[in-house]
Write a protein that binds this ligand. Sequence first.
Ligand code: IPE
Ligand code: IPE
Ligand code: MG
Length: 246
Amino acid sequence: MRLFRKIKKEAGEVDFGNLPRHIAIIMDGNGRWAKKRGLPRTAGHAEGAETFRTIATYCKDIGIEYLTVYAFSTENWKRPPDEVSAIMNLLEKYLYEAIERMERDRVKMKFFGDIEPLPPKLKKLIERTSEISTHYKGCQVNICLNYGGRDEILRAAKRCAENYAKGDSAAFSDEAFSKHLWSADIPDPDIIIRPGGEMRLSNFLLWQSAYSELYFTETLWPDFSKVDIDNAISWFQHRERRYGGV
Ligand code: IPE
Ligand code: IPE
Ligand code: MG
């Protein structure tokens, strides 16, 4: 690890002693990646899953504390049923393999989003992965599945309203509200990375992104590499974060 850090440092880009604590990624561009190669969109999703494996491992190895990735949005159900079921099957395959590797990888996995509408087999794998994850302390990877920022905010607002009705006058504070989000207890993302060329959030972490640095790149997610994440981190390290101050 020491040698690795030294080599990276000499590349003069990332300051590994000053990393963002929480990186979030909108994993976009799988379909276009496949189209460019004359392949079905699902081939892009399969390649995107491999990229996720590589990037998550890299983030863990360099010492990122939290990685949150957008895998399937509340709006992605609008896609053709064949594509939706192919994505669900890939997620099953991914989690099945992840469970087998967990003892070695020791990555703590969490899931943001309502898993109820997901296929029963996938739901079971999610529950199993979450359960095993409670034993691990290292890098936490949050997978957003059937996740929508507005859905998350509405759920939290309902919980706050219930608590308010029960007499909790502080139920609507920033702090109390945050506790009802999927991301309760973890810091907001320092940087949100969106590959694929679109410059929008597409309903991702709407509450948590208030002061995140936003990094967009044309690179399609299946082509996204360790160099791309290094570039994003290095860019982040040159931002001046003011949080409304001077
Ligand atoms: C992101 O890639 C994966 C999901 C949304 C599930 P896309 O499938 O959106 O790829 P493009 O944007 O069509 O290229
Ligand atoms: C955002 O990508 C959702 C995920 C990456 C899971 P989309 O491809 O769904 O976003 P839009 O439709 O381009 O805004
Ligand atoms: Mg897309």
